[in-house]
Design a protein around this ligand. Structure first.
Ligand SMILES: Nc1ncnc2c1ncn2[C@@H]1O[C@H](COP(=O)(O)OP(=O)(O)OP(=O)(O)O)[C@@H](O)[C@H]1O
Ligand SMILES: [Mg+2]
Length: 561
């Protein structure tokens, strides 16, 4: 709570540790009060808690009761005939002698009490009236939490349990989660990739005819989705070079800088248009542009360059032409680039490529994992740009058709949408920023996974409706995430640096109220291949090193798996 909230102090109405009186119409709690409300502000309030009660509660067998009153936990406040639920953001000692602690709280929602059982029922997010200062504050039980976090009838997936309970299930609402993009953040080793695999698996189980494209820069996810999804890597991706638009072409073919670059680009544009025009698919098109995804052969392109070079008056101006030709020939002959520039890829395979990547139809395998770990580093960003742009362009050009929304998941998103605008790979940055801003309107959802949220381009994180934040060790990252999170979840934010591995805070559209979740254990065969090596164990094993090294060298030289 900020000082600007115009707070008022009120004395307690009566003793703060009395049991709520069981008069007609009043609320009954199985537990004694732990304190009372002393100040009320716009979105939060301050309560005074008796330290003695916190110590007493700590021994309770119900972990939710035992935690109640601590930072990040929930408490409930009796307000007329309703319970107000709130989250504890900060604790401060006000009177050491008397053992008085002041807690700043944020309201989460309100609910009724079932007359028969005394349980919390009808929990709703947001509150309709504030408590009266002096109102009593009670601990929240596991049963109460179950009610608070019970998923309603909307489509949802369960991802784990609500902290600190072991049995209250934490759910994400799929339509709200995907409708407005989501981000999964956390320092290295906190369990992001495993959490991402878990969420994707649950979504796939719920939607066997879905359409998910996952860009996997480290080749971790193939192991997780064997049998559940289509796996692509440089050996079977076969992504034709002619799908690139002009900007992507320049990132691959144009090597010069400064003034020369513009000249090279002009020549490439002219020749590319000629080459594209030679294809039968271009016949009858009234508007053929350098961006049109029309197949062309690389030799048509180099021939056009040679032809243009022949039209020059002076032989001294040939340098840009030669540069382009050399680069194209280099890509054509380098085996590492075959997945994209092979001569076999000239056939018009656009429909088939889109169908296989976007899972149209999904045939029970709704996710395609695109392992780009084998792609030469200088064109990874272009490959990701082409894939992302295809997702977006498909959505735009299929508007008159039955809608097939696509989810694009990007691991290590800070690499592709960096805050630093000068680096190479502007094409991928542009398209991902565009999807972040406009994707929702066309049924394109984006899932960003990153360990460095502060390195993400500005504004991208705030386009994400749901944020799943795992532990973040770095101050800058924490501050960045805080500024992107909705106000009501600030209480939770303060615990981000203290989260354990596999725990996260979820806030935003995908959940009805912010929650702290311990992710479920994911089965071994569904986990990404990212497990930390067990040095102590592996360094005790030996045998067959010679053959092993020989095999590695062979693969290395052949540039194949
Ligand atoms: N929910 C889970 N179920 C089972 N194992 C898990 C779970 N979460 C994390 N792990 C284990 O923790 C380790 C680290 O997890 P993971 O690779 O997902 O972290 P990460 O945040 O993606 O790390 P990096 O930033 O290095 O990619 C792995 O060995 C993984 O098996
Ligand atoms: Mg990872």
């Amino acid at each position: 709570m900020t000082d600007a909230m115009n707070l008022h102090s009120f004395p307690p109405q009566d003793g703060s540790d009395a049991v709520a009186s069981p008069q007609r119409g009043a609320l009954v709690s199985q537990h004694e009060a732990i304190g009372h409300v002393i100040e009320i502000g716009g979105s939060g309030a301050a309560v005074e808690i008796a330290e003695r009660r916190l110590i007493e509660l700590a021994a309770d067998p119900d972990p939710s009761i035992a935690m109640s009153g601590q930072v990040g936990s929930q408490i409930k406040i009796a307000s007329g005939r309703r319970w107000l639920l709130a989250n504890v953001r900060r604790l401060k000692v006000t009177d050491v002698e008397a053992g008085h602690i002041t807690a700043e709280i944020d309201f989460l929602g309100e609910g009724d009490e079932d007359r028969q059982t005394g349980r919390l029922v009808n929990f709703k997010r947001g509150i309709t009236s504030y408590p009266i200062p002096g109102s009593k504050v009670f601990p929240v039980s596991g049963e109460d939490l179950k009610q608070m976090f019970a998923a309603d009838e909307r489509a949802h997936i369960e991802i784990g349990t609500v902290y600190p309970t072991k049995d209250v299930r934490a759910a994400l609402y799929v339509d709200s989660l995907l409708g407005k993009h989501f981000a999964l953040l956390g320092s290295t080793g906190t369990g992001k990739s495993t959490a991402a695999a878990l969420i994707m698996h649950r979504i796939c189980d719920l939607s066997p005819e879905g359409h998910i494209v996952m860009v996997d820069p480290h080749g971790e996810y193939s192991a997780a989705f064997k049998g559940h999804g289509e796996l692509f890597n440089v050996d079977n991706l076969a992504m034709p070079y002619w799908l690139m638009n002009f900007e992507e072409h320049t990132e691959v073919f144009v090597t010069s800088q400064g003034a020369e670059r513009q000249r090279d680009m002009d020549i490439l544009a002219k020749c590319l248009l000629q080459a594209r025009g030679k294809n039968r698919a271009a016949d009858g098109l009234s508007k053929l542009t350098v961006d049109s995804p029309i197949p062309y052969t690389l030799s048509d392109l180099t021939n056009a360059i040679t032809h243009e070079m022949g039209l020059l008056n002076k032989a001294t101006d040939t340098a840009p032409y030669m540069r382009l030709k050399t680069k194209i020939d280099e890509l054509k002959s380098d085996p590492r680039y075959q997945f994209m520039f092979s001569g076999m890829l000239v056939a018009d395979s656009m429909g088939a490529f889109i169908a296989k990547i976007f899972r149209l139809p999904a045939k029970g395998k709704p996710i395609s994992i695109i392992d780009v770990s084998g792609v030469p580093s200088d064109i990874v960003s272009v490959v990701v740009a082409v894939l992302s742009r295809l997702v977006f362009d498909y959505a735009i050009w299929s508007r008159s058709e039955a809608q097939r929304p696509v989810l694009l998941v990007c691991e290590e998103a800070h690499r592709y949408i960096p805050s630093d605008k000068t680096s190479s790979g502007q094409a991928v940055r542009k398209i991902l920023e565009r999807i972040a801003k406009e994707g929702r309107k066309y049924g394109v959802s984006m899932g960003l996974i990153t360990q460095r949220p502060s390195d993400l381009a500005e504004g991208v994180l705030s386009q994400c409706g749901t944020i799943l934040a795992m532990r973040l060790n770095n101050d800058r990252d924490q501050a960045f995430v805080k500024s992107a999170m909705p106000e009501g979840s600030r209480g939770f934010l303060d615990v981000i640096p203290a989260l354990r591995n596999r725990e996260c805070i979820v806030c935003g559209e995908g959940v009805s109220i912010p929650i702290r979740v311990s992710f479920d254990d994911l089965e071994r065969d569904r986990c990404p291949a990212s497990s930390d090596p067990m040095f102590s164990l592996l360094w005790r094993q030996t045998g067959e090193e010679e053959a092993m090294v020989a095999r590695v060298v062979k693969r290395w030289r052949a540039q194949g798996r």
